[in-house]
Design a protein around this ligand. Structure first.
Ligand SMILES: [Zn+2]
Length: 421
């Protein structure tokens, strides 16, 4: 009895469901016909956005004409970009251009946005009168300082230990740049040494976008703790200073190529690897594969660029004061570096090689002081950018604040602090 009753009930439910489904299909078809088909429901069509990465050989006019803009539009956009946003020309592998079609894929372009990096967007729109308008927008940066600490283990390089401590490669490269003024990574690094780095992480809307500057570095070197702080002077220029406010950036780098192994040290007597007999080694040799870029150790003027039998291709730079530096065995010179060229510290002057009297690719680097060769690793180098009394006082106050905030992070490794709180 009960079973039969349920069986009939199930059948009825199925029938009702089928009827409802058929009616629903009929309603949809009828609506479609009366409304003249699909595609007029504009409100639900999303903006169509195309992002173009600027590559070598691209120009603004080339990209714009690819997207259907005529010469008049291209000229107008070019002008308004220059006048309102200071943008003239695009940079390959850096800039992006965004094209937005508010009406969807098949509609005309309603907005062009130039993206020169993650912190700025320049929006271009054409008003009803056909005039292009430009609106540069700075994206607000939420800067968080993070603290990472590590220790050199047996057989470690600073690079390995730094990576293990969670320091990103780009920040490590900046740390190397700073320490190249103070340290010899070959001889100064030992198991058990501790180091720490404070650097900026840039956030937008609670999402990390990129890393910023190195704020503080500290390393327990053999001759004691080396510490440097980034500080902005009253005139807005930025530099690195030791805890007493002395300039940490020296006029020359002891190691022009970061993280390069020393294969031969400065000495007044050594057996020459090619000539066989004993003679002085007037510089330091750094292992460097052929083609490794060689940066100028300091700012100065190129006073020699040429070839001789011993040095192979070499460049000599005269720096401020009494110093000169020489770079030998280059495979080639950098373009636009000639006798008389004024170079900046870190500017690439040539590429490592094995020209001249050399047993393999390396950089032979000399520092000459008052006409006499000196040991690049030990010579006392003058600091540039020292602080005057008012700036020094500001620095000491700033350093105290910074130290207190860092202290609070030592036991809270996942935390961060802000300097403008
Ligand atoms: Zn050498």
């Amino acid at each position: 009895m009960e079973k039969v009753k349920y069986k009939n009930l199930g059948r009825i439910v199925l029938w009702i469901a089928a009827v409802v489904a058929i009616v629903a299909v009929i309603i949809v078809i009828v609506r479609g016909v009366t409304r003249g088909g699909a595609g007029d429901d504009v409100a639900s069509v999303a903006d169509d956005t195309t992002v173009v990465d600027v590559v070598a050989g691209d120009t603004l006019s080339k990209i714009l004409s690819q997207y259907g803009f005529n010469g008049n539009d291209v000229n107008a956009i070019d002008r308004v970009l220059r006048d309102r946003a200071g943008i003239s020309g695009l940079r390959a592998d850096r800039d992006k251009i965004e094209f937005v079609r508010a009406g969807g894929t098949d509609s005309p372009i309603t907005k062009i946005t130039i993206l020169p990096g993650p912190w700025r967007r320049v929006e271009l729109t054409c008003n009803d009168a056909g005039v292009w308008e430009c609106n540069p927008v700075d994206i607000e940066r939420d800067v968080r300082m993070v603290y990472r600490q590590g220790e050199i283990l047996d057989g470690d390089s600073f690079y390995l230990a730094g990576t293990r401590a969670g320091i990103p490669a780009g920040i490590l490269a900046d740390v190397y740049d700073l320490w190249a003024f103070e340290m010899d990574f070959e001889r100064d690094v030992r198991a058990g040494q501790k180091f720490s780095v404070v650097y900026e992480e840039n956030y937008a809307n609670d999402k990390k976008v990129d890393n910023g500057a190195v704020m503080v570095v500290s390393f327990d070197a053999l001759r004691g703790n080396v510490k440097m702080y980034r500080f902005r002077k009253a005139d807005k220029t930025v530099g690195y200073y030791d805890p007493n406010g002395n300039g940490a950036i020296k006029s020359l780098k002891r190691t022009p190529i970061n993280n390069a192994k020393i294969t031969s040290s400065f000495s007044t007597r050594r057996k020459h690897p090619v000539l066989g007999f004993t003679r002085a080694h007037k510089g330091v040799d750094f292992r460097a594969p052929t083609g490794t870029p060689i940066p100028a150790a300091g700012a100065g003027r190129v006073v020699a660029r040429g070839f001789n039998r011993g040095h192979g291709n070499f460049v000599k730079i005269r720096h401020n004061g009494s110093f000169e530096t020489l770079y030998a065995h280059m495979s080639k010179f950098a373009k636009n570096v000639n006798v008389g060229t004024v170079v900046k510290q870190g500017q690439i002057i040539g590429y490592a090689g094995s020209t001249g009297m050399s047993t393999g690719p390396h950089l032979h680097y000399e520092i000459i002081k008052d006409g006499k060769h000196v040991n690049p690793m030990t010579v006392k180098l003058p600091a540039i950018n020292n602080l005057d009394a008012p700036n020094k006082q500001r620095f000491m106050e700033y350093r105290q604040q910074l130290d207190a905030k860092i202290e609070a992070l030592v036991n809270n490794p996942d935390g961060f602090f802000k300097m403008n709180d």
